[in-house]
Design a protein around this ligand. Structure first.
Ligand code: TEU
Ligand code: CA
Length: 547
């Protein structure tokens, strides 16, 4: 299954990465122009979010045509060149397969709407009266998960936006169509795939109301999910390619099965439990301080649970749906550099494959949008309405979006201190964070101590040390909420990773014995002759190795 244990993956959101033609929107040629930069990070793969033909209601996660390129992003020739140019640099591309749903602009859906029986069976249509949806399930973007089509006198299911209709995977013809999409991109030289919300594709046989939740328990890790994945992987011959499934509200048991090599499903899984520790009562739209005990408990459960049963984690803090981690679990002002580096160390020394989301390697922050018309994301705009309807003031609602909106990750990549941060020559489709003057690639290249250069070292350490790739994990200082610490072991070697999660100095409950250990990396200067560590400075991270 490839070398993904040594690898680090760089995620690109093309719309916000680099604009090559001055229309304010990032594009494929923009990515090509930055391949040397990406190479300089030491990463092995690029996962790009979708750039296929799309009405862009969900920025490309609403696919209208899986085998053609959205002209806003470029042409098929550009994509071919991107694949070739990346390959020349030893970087493989992973494309994003959005197979739970298509855009309602997809020709399959249009045919379905016209009453074509074959294509109606590509989607999930249910009988029902115009005023009563088939079930009470909620869309993940707010409101009912069902939309009524008067001309058909039927409802269709959409777990996401109303323009994202869920596909009917129980129909073998649908599965064949999707396999052809994979074959198409595989033939073009793509090296791997990321599968969007892939654990939601297997829907239940019976559709019933959910009296305790929003319906997710009926379709999450659904009845035929493992069968569908095995079939997809086998019939397209991608067993040996790198694959990652995005798993929504999943369980450890299922993720073990998804990623155990013996099951021949996927290389690894994203799960999101650790990114809900600041959701009050599990509600993303209710603010709460992060619960570090819960965070520690989750990492311990998933790290040790996956290791025991041969599963493999995708390790990440950031993506195009998540606020910036330094603004979220770090301190994006006083200790921006220290906390960004600490959070990086936390993730990169664990067992799994780390992902870096564009700009994370710079310690990019939430952009701090202050007005509703600065937001672009369909989910944010929907929830702004919902929050006001629930009785929140505009100020409260904007404060919540400022911390929770997916647009926090979608502000333009900060390349230099020129106008629009070097992202584009004209006004970008979404606003640039005001701190681009000092948080940008050019400035950080010059600073030996920058977050950027720290990430490079972390990526390199994983390549160099087998213990980081393959060592087993054991957690330390379990009782101490402020400290996230673990030990990796392999063939008598030991790697100790100590992280202070807070902006205060923390006294360790027991000093860490580090006699005979060598410091591999730290975000503070370390004294070389230390035999034990008694305290950690604000957001301090230390990685120690004993051979
Ligand atoms: O996201 C799936 C998903 O459910 C979440 O990340 C979601 O955006 C968030 O929890 C809402 O609070 C994937 C893609 O990453 C996302 O960009 C798409 O919008 C979504 O699927 C639909 O394709
Ligand atoms: Ca452009």
């Amino acid at each position: 299954m490839g070398n993904f244990k040594k690898s680090t993956i760089y995620q690109i959101y093309p719309k916000s990465f680099c604009d090559s033609n001055g229309d304010g929107i990032g594009d494929i040629r923009g990515i090509i122009s930055k391949l040397d930069y990406i190479k300089s990070l030491g990463v092995d793969y690029i996962w790009s979010t979708p750039f296929f033909v799309s009405p862009m209601n969900d920025n490309g996660y609403d696919v209208e045509d899986y085998k053609n390129i959205n002209p806003v992003f470029g042409t098929m020739e550009d994509v071919d060149e991107l694949i070739r140019e990346a390959e020349k640099r030893g970087i493989g591309l992973m494309f994003d397969m959005v197979f739970n749903h298509t855009s309602t602009h997809h020709e399959w859906f249009k045919k379905a709407l016209s009453g074509d029986k074959k294509y109606m069976d590509y989607y999930i249509f249910k009988e029902g009266e115009a005023d009563t949806p088939p079930t009470n399930w909620q869309s993940k973007f707010g409101g009912s998960a069902w939309e009524y089509v008067p001309s058909l006198k039927k409802w269709y299911l959409h777990l996401f936006d109303v323009t994202q209709a869920d596909l009917n995977w129980n129909n073998p013809e649908v599965r064949e169509e999707l396999k052809n999409v994979i074959r198409f991109w595989k033939d073009k030289g793509v090296k791997g795939f990321r599968f969007d919300v892939v654990n939601l594709i297997s829907k239940p046989d019976v559709y019933e109301d959910d009296n305790t939740g929003d319906g997710r328990r009926f379709y999450t890790d659904g009845p035929r999910i493992h069968e569908f994945l095995k079939e997809l992987v086998k019939d397209t011959g991608i067993e040996d390619m790198i694959t990652v499934g995005e798993m929504s509200s999943t369980s450890l048991e299922h993720c073990i099965r998804y990623s155990d090599p013996a099951e021949k499903e996927l290389s690894m899984c994203f799960n999101f439990h650790h990114l809900k520790v600041d959701y009050k009562d599990g509600n993303k739209w209710e603010l709460m301080e992060p619960d570090y005990d819960r965070l520690k408990e989750l990492f311990e459960t998933w790290q040790t649970g996956m290791e025991k049963k041969n599963g493999w984690n995708a390790l990440f803090w950031c993506n195009h749906d998540q606020p910036r981690i330094v603004s979220r679990f770090g301190d994006d002002k006083k200790y921006r550099k220290e906390s960004a580096k600490m959070l990086a160390t936390f993730i990169h020394m664990l067992r799994g494959t780390p992902y870096i989301y564009q700009g994370e390697e710079l310690g990019m922050t939430n952009p701090g949008y202050e007005k509703i018309d600065e937001y672009r994301d369909v989910e944010s705009i929907n929830y702004y309405r919902i929050l006001l309807d629930e009785g929140k003031t505009e100020e409260e609602a904007l404060n919540i979006l400022g911390q929770r909106s997916r647009d926090n990750s979608r502000s333009p990549m900060q390349w230099n201190s020129e106008k629009y941060a070097g992202f584009s020559e004209s006004e970008p489709w979404i606003g640039v964070a005001k701190n681009y003057k000092y948080i940008n690639v050019e400035a950080e290249e010059k600073d030996e101590d920058s977050v950027l250069n720290y990430y490079r070292k972390l990526v390199d350490l994983r390549k160099q040390y087998e213990i980081i790739q393959d060592g087993s994990v054991e957690f330390m200082y379990g009782e101490q909420s402020e400290v996230f610490a673990y030990k990796r072991t392999l063939d008598g070697q030991e790697l100790i990773v100590l992280n202070n999660l807070t902006g205060n100095e923390v006294l360790l409950q027991e000093p860490a014995d580090c006699k005979g250990y060598e410091c591999l990396i730290s975000n503070y200067d370390q004294e070389n002759d230390k035999n034990s560590i008694k305290a950690l400075r604000p957001y301090e991270s230390i990685v120690l190795l004993k051979l």
